[in-house]
Write a new protein. Structure first.
Lengths: 181, 502
């Protein structure tokens, strides 16, 4: 166990070993603060272009300008609080703190690819055809290679959801290449 | 007497066949959503929002409200049987509920959760009737200064009560405020921050934002652990009714949970989650055997389950009386009411009594339906739990797409939803909460309108915000809450409390 930890620490780059994990974390949170200062600044500039008006007659950019100041100000406080404190507030959000390497990027990218394709194809192909393609991709299990199961489920889901939402609930879904539906 | 006749009028509306059916659909879907981890009440309500367009406002609101309190019931089932909360407000039920199930007492745990929720929901409806009327009467004298300051207080409270850093909550509120500025200016009608995109001329849609932040991002988080199996308790459901001893132990916790949930539910940001934690802590404090908590104490199920249901009912009070939503769900309901051409606020009770009293009566009808649904159908919910997430997540994504698209039949909304889905995923990974963003996004236009009205009305005199007592009080509390973000001791203590709660 100790050997594992020792080898792990030796695998870290020298600057990381010197600074320690807490310092790296602190630096990361400071960069977060810088990010928000930049975002706040950009909002202020955008708001300025729409006019700020005066307190007597506020213009369309007035509240957005205040919002930019709020975001930038909080970003500045983030930087300062990390600059002067060594402690850090523990996060409790699910998935937070998980190492980037632990995230299954391929699975996320695969899902996102189908979602983006679904959004792009929904209008030209229509609801039924695009839903079938998207559902087939999402139901398909690359380990089990369940072609038939995925195809059956995709067709069923496309048709049943069409009947429920378009025919029964009168939601407006695109017709695309199947205009008679 | 007047209240009683108004309530009878409400029951007359709620018991109409279409309203009964919409209430049933709402609570059924709500329970299903509560049982299934991966889609919350906000996502489910967003999905069904376009469906309500063809209904009368009261029928639509009854269905959406049913989904909300239905999830509170359904969430307890997964907490007790699988040790996975179907809904955030049921997290605390896992502690003792699942322990009871491990000891072969899943039936009484589910039973007391359902009965406690029913009793709390019923009790809170009475409070809701009187409190809403009283608050609405007071709110009639509020001006734009008071409204602006109250909205600031609401946002500050939500930010303060978010898990993790207050600063991150504040940034999220700021981002939500900015997003609400996109589109046409509320006063001059000028288009702003649309970046030349036609889809942004009318602003960013609430439903795609909520679907993205709460639906898509939740799925993206869940598919990280796609291969993991859920272990479901094998238990007999023949004895769902708690024993007399169970009732004796649970009576006081149900009463306390109802009171705690009722008052915390009114507070912006309080909601079902906080009230369930507070109720659990209170029961542990009141108990003569606190050491039994976490090992299957029925009080640890009865109190929090009553509290979360009470809070979900009392959350309607600020919405109906002031037109200010206290949490994301109420923000969505506010959006739904506005889409139906209604303006929630002090005048709604007199201008649209059918919507107010019909919804209030439907809460009672819905609670009775839930009691009847949950106990006999527990076997069905267990079967639903057995559906693997691999089969479930494409369906959740499909519902998100249908919900976002059918709002305005525009593909642009799908892109917005996907962008917010990825944004929500990244934000949650980075420990940012999405609730302040959504609440600020909904309150933004109202805050801007009231601020600018107040400034124009009082000739740019900023002191008006501190010379009016209510406005001053709201702003002082807001500032004090936010100052805690920079006071290290308070920040440390607050984070410790949140970690303890978890």
């Amino acid at each position: 166990m100790s050997l594992g930890r020792a080898s792990e620490s030796f695998s870290l780059p020298p600057w990381k070993r010197i600074m320690g994990k807490a310092m790296v974390e602190k630096q990361r949170e400071m960069s977060e603060g810088i990010f928000w200062v930049v975002i706040g600044g950009m909002i202020c500039i955008l708001a300025f272009q729409y006019g700020l008006g005066s307190f007597r007659a506020p213009a369309p950019g007035f509240v957005a300008f205040l919002t930019g100041i709020l975001i930038g100000g909080v970003g500045a406080v983030m930087i300062l609080s990390k600059r002067f404190s060594m402690g850090r507030v523990k996060g409790t959000t699910r998935g937070a703190g998980q190492g980037i390497s632990a995230i299954p990027w391929s699975r996320l990218a695969y899902t996102m690819m189908f979602l983006i394709a679904y959004a792009i194809l929904m209008d030209p192909l229509g609801y039924i055809a695009s839903t079938f393609l998207a559902m087939f991709g999402l139901f398909f299990d690359w380990e089990k290679k369940n072609w038939l199961w995925s195809a059956f489920f995709s067709i069923t889901v496309s048709l049943v959801s069409y009947l429920v939402f378009e025919v029964w609930l009168h939601c407006q879904l695109p017709r695309g290449i199947l205009p008679w539906w | 007497m007047s209240v009683l006749s108004d309530l009878f009028y409400g029951f007359g509306i709620a018991l109409q066949p279409w309203n009964l059916l919409s209430c049933f659909i709402g609570v059924f879907i709500g329970t299903l959503v509560g049982v299934l981890p991966g889609i919350g009440p906000a996502g489910a309500m967003s999905l069904l929002l376009p469906v309500t367009f063809g209904m009368s406002p009261v029928t639509g609101i009854i269905m959406l409200a049913g989904i909300y309190y239905g999830t509170m019931y359904g969430g307890s089932t997964t907490s007790i049987l699988v040790n996975i909360p179907g809904e955030a407000a049921s997290i605390v039920t896992c502690l003792d509920g699942h322990q009871m199930a491990l000891k072969g007492r899943a039936g009484p745990a589910l039973g007391i959760a359902a009965f406690g929720s029913f009793i709390a929901g019923t009790g809170c409806i009475i409070g809701l009737i009187f409190m809403t009327n009283a608050l609405a009467g007071v709110a009639l004298v509020f001006g734009p200064t008071e409204y602006f300051s109250l909205m600031c207080l609401g946002l500050s409270l939500v930010t303060y009560l978010t898990q993790g850093s207050i600063l991150r909550g504040l940034v999220m509120a700021g981002v939500g405020l900015f997003l609400s500025q996109i589109g046409q200016d509320v006063v001059t009608g000028q288009t702003r921050f649309s970046f030349g995109l036609r889809g942004l001329i009318d602003g960013v849609g609430l439903v795609p934002v909520i679907m993205g932040l709460f639906g898509i991002s939740e799925v993206l988080l869940n598919i990280e652990t796609l291969g993991e199996q859920r272990a479901i308790m094998k238990t007999s459901f023949r004895h769902l009714f708690p024993t007399w001893e169970d009732w004796r132990k649970s009576a006081a916790p149900i009463g306390r949970g109802t009171i705690i949930g009722f008052f915390l539910g009114i507070l912006p940001g309080g909601g079902a989650l906080i009230s369930s934690f507070v109720s659990y802590a209170a029961e542990k404090w009141f108990s003569k055997h606190p050491e039994e908590f976490g090992k299957g104490a029925i009080e640890g199920v009865a109190g929090p389950e009553s509290a979360n249901n009470a809070a979900s009912t009392s959350g309607f009070i600020p919405l109906f009386s002031l037109g200010i939503p206290s949490n994301v769900i109420m923000a969505l309901l506010l959006g739904a009411l506005m889409i139906h051409g209604l303006k929630p606020g002090p005048l709604m009770i007199t201008e649209r009594p059918d919507v107010f009293w019909g919804t209030v009566a439907s809460l009672y009808v819905g609670n009775a339906m839930l009691l009847m649904l949950n106990l006999p159908l527990i076997g069905l919910w267990v079967q639903v739990l057995k559906v693997p997430y691999r089969t479930l997540f494409p369906l959740i994504l499909l519902f998100c797409f249908i919900g976002a698209y059918s709002i305005s039949a525009n593909v642009f909304d799908l892109y917005v939803m996907l962008i917010f889905g990825v944004l929500g995923y990244v934000l949650r990974k980075k420990n940012y909460e999405c609730a302040p963003l959504v609440l600020a996004f909904v309150l933004g236009p109202m805050m801007e309108k009231n601020l600018r009205q107040a400034l124009i009305l009082f000739d740019g005199n900023l002191s008006v915000f501190i010379t009016r007592p209510l406005s001053l009080a709201a702003l002082v509390v807001s500032v004090l809450l936010l100052l805690t973000a920079v006071i290290p001791f308070v920040q440390k203590r607050r984070s410790e409390v949140i970690v303890e709660d978890d």
